[in-house]
Design a protein around this ligand. Structure first.
Ligand SMILES: Nc1ncnc2c1ncn2[C@@H]1O[C@H](COP(=O)(O)OP(=O)(O)OP(=O)(O)O)[C@@H](O)[C@H]1O
Ligand SMILES: [Mg+2]
Length: 268
C-alpha cells in the first residue's frame, strides 16, 4: 500500500476511494499523562457508513473522535481520513469534517448570534476574509430551520438554552456540508421530542447525501434503525465491532448482558 509520511502531498488512492476513516494501531496520550487514553485502536469506516460508538465514561470515545479529527497528537499508529494522513493534512481533513463536540457550552456573554455561529461552519467554503454570500445565509438558515430554532437566529448564542446551543452546534456541522459527520453525544441535552426527531433527520441526511456519519452516544436504546454497525469501547480499546446482524441486537434491552462486560475495562 502506497503511503505518505512527509510533506509532499501523496494521497493514498486505495484509502481515498473506499475508506472515509482508517486507523491502524493508534494510541493517543494526553500531555503530562503516563498512560494512553486510547490504545492499539484499528478501525476502517467505509464511505457512507453510519456508525455508532458506545462505551462507558472514560472509555476513550471523545479521544477517538478528536484523534480522527487531528486535534490530538498521536503517540503511535496511523490515521487517514479520506485518504489523507491527518498528521500532515490536519487542516484539509478538518475542512471535510462536521464536528459536534461533547457538551459544548458558550460563555453567557458570547456576543455572536446563533446565525453567526452556524455561518462559521461555512468559513471553509466562504474563506475567512470574505463576507457570507446569499447561499451561505440560505444554507445556515435552512439548517437552523431543520433544528427548529430558526426563530433564534439573531439571538446571542450564549443566551440560548443548553438544548438550543446543542442544536446550533449540529446546525453548524450540517451547514458545512461536510463529507464526514463526527458527533459526540450530540443529543444529550435535547428534549424527548427532539431526541426522536433529530437523530431521525441525521439518519435521513446520511442516506440522502451518502454522508459518512459517526455518532457517540450513551443513549443505546435510541440508536437509529438505519445503523448497521456499533463499535463498543472499553478502557481505551475497541472491545466489540458489530455489523448488521448484531448491531441492533447488541443494544436490545432484553439482552443487557452483551454490553455488561465492557463497563469495567482498564487500559493494560
Ligand atoms: N485533556 C485531557 N488530559 C488528560 N487526560 C484526559 C484528557 N481528556 C481525557 N482524558 C482521559 O482520557 C480518558 C478517556 O477520556 P474520554 O474523554 O475520551 O472518554 P469518553 O469515553 O469520551 O467518556 P465520556 O462518556 O465521559 O464522555 C479518561 O481517562 C480521561 O480522564
Ligand atoms: Mg466523551
Amino acid at each position: 500500500m502506497e503511503e505518505e509520511e512527509g510533506k509532499t502531498k501523496v494521497k493514498n488512492k486505495a484509502l481515498e476511494e473506499d475508506l472515509a476513516i482508517f486507523l491502524e494501531d493508534v494510541s493517543t496520550i494526553y500531555e503530562g499523562e503516563r498512560r494512553p487514553a486510547i490504545k492499539g485502536v484499528s478501525i476502517s469506516i467505509r464511505r457512507k457508513e453510519l456508525v455508532y460508538i458506545v462505551g462507558p465514561n472514560a472509555s476513550g470515545k471523545t479521544t477517538l473522535l478528536e484523534t480522527i479529527n487531528g486535534l490530538l497528537p498521536l503517540y503511535k499508529g496511523r490515521v487517514f481520513v479520506l485518504g489523507l494522513n491527518v498528521r500532515t493534512y490536519g487542516n484539509e481533513v478538518r475542512r471535510e469534517i462536521g464536528y459536534v463536540p461533547q457538551d459544548f457550552m458558550f460563555d453567557p456573554g458570547e456576543p455572536y448570534k446563533a446565525l453567526d455561529v452556524v455561518l462559521m461552519g461555512r468559513y471553509g467554503k466562504i474563506g475567512i476574509l470574505r463576507r457570507p454570500k446569499e447561499e451561505d445565509l440560505r444554507k445556515a438558515m435552512e439548517t437552523l430551520r431543520l433544528m427548529g430554532i430558526d426563530d433564534q437566529a439573531n439571538k446571542p448564542v450564549g443566551k440560548l438554552s443548553g438544548g438550543q446551543q446543542q442544536k446550533v452546534m449540529i446546525a453548524r456541522a450540517l451547514a458545512k456540508e461536510p463529507k464526514i459527520l463526527l458527533m459526540d453525544e450530540p443529543f444529550s441535552n435535547l428534549d424527548p421530542d427532539s431526541r426522536e426527531r433529530i437523530p431521525e433527520l441525521i439518519g435521513r441526511l446520511h442516506e440522502e447525501r451518502g454522508l459518512t456519519t459517526v455518532i457517540v452516544t450513551h443513549d443505546v436504546h435510541r440508536i437509529s434503525r438505519l445503523c448497521r454497525r456499533v463499535i463498543v469501547m472499553g478502557g481505551g480499546r475497541i472491545v466489540a465491532d458489530e455489523g448488521p446482524e448484531n448491531a441492533l441486537t447488541l443494544l436490545d434491552t432484553s439482552r443487557p448482558h452483551i454490553l455488561g462486560g465492557v463497563w469495567h475495562h482498564d487500559v493494560a
